[in-house]
Design a binder for this molecule. Structure first.
Ligand code: MN
Length: 258
């Protein structure tokens, strides 16, 4: 395999939130891990874009994290300004969990605006957070993105099997992490998702591997967990994930990496 080809995939990681973030960007390239570095605010966009410029394995997503919704009133203006510079968007989405329910109305206004802006362009790939909000997220995807060349990757999806099937019918991909795969319901969820829509992620540094912060290289273990659940050989699973990534990103492949 040529050295420019990835070996593994971390399609949702907050590289800029590690104390050694510059090293994290470099390691993705050294270890050949195709990484989607998501951001939580457009204020982080310029620095991330600069770091990714010298990290061929890293794509950077322009994001407004639902947990931060409304904290920076000017962030939507900034988001709109930077959007033409990237085909990757994330982290965006909705969180109706108890800790964030009080901002849910504000989150919906922001996420719907983001989805509408993406629908007006083409070939965008959105890494979407959907905690206790799968139905609202899928309704917005169906209303604005289905049938367009934009694609949604559901990050750490926790909806039902029926919602997973609905998402797949709407063209969504799913990035799964190690913590998700340890849940007793993991096998049922994974089996409800078409294999060609699966990707791996860490959501580092918000997750742990043992007692340390998870890093992109930990997708190696996640890929093994996934292979076990699917009953597939590890090498076949790695190849399948690389093909899935290629087919997701092939759309409008004439676009620049970022
Ligand atoms: Mn995240």
């Amino acid at each position: 395999m040529p050295e420019t080809e990835p070996l593994l995939i971390d399609y949702h990681c907050h590289l800029d939130l590690y104390p050694n973030f510059e090293e994290q960007f470099r390691n993705c390239t050294v270890n050949r891990i195709a990484t989607l570095a998501v951001t939580t605010t457009p204020l982080a966009w310029p620095k991330n874009k600069e770091l990714a410029a010298t990290s061929p394995m890293v794509r950077v997503g322009l994001g407004i994290h639902p947990h931060m919704a409304g904290q920076h009133p000017s962030e939507l203006v900034l988001f709109e300004r930077y959007l033409p510079e990237t085909r990757f968007v994330g982290e965006v989405g909705l969180d109706a969990g108890p800790a964030f329910y009080k901002t849910y109305g504000q989150q919906k206004i922001i996420f719907e605006r983001i989805v509408r802006l993406c629908a007006q362009s083409s070939g965008k790939i959105l890494s979407v957070h959907a905690v206790r909000a799968a139905r609202d997220v899928l309704n917005l995807v169906e209303a604005h993105l289905a049938g367009t060349s934009n694609r949604v990757v559901l990050h750490w999806f926790s909806g039902s099997g029926a919602e997973a099937r609905r998402a797949a019918e709407l063209g969504c991909y799913f990035s799964v992490n190690g913590a998700m795969l340890l849940k007793p319901t993991a096998a049922a969820l994974i089996n409800a998702i078409p294999r060609q829509r699966l990707l791996t992620e860490t959501d580092g540094p918000f997750t742990k591997t043992g007692s340390r912060l998870a890093e992109p290289r930990d997708v190696s273990q996640t890929t093994e967990q996934l292979a076990k659940i699917l009953g597939l050989d590890i090498e076949i699973t790695r190849t399948m994930l690389r093909k899935n990534l290629a087919s997701l990103e092939r759309l409008h492949s004439s676009h620049a990496k970022q």
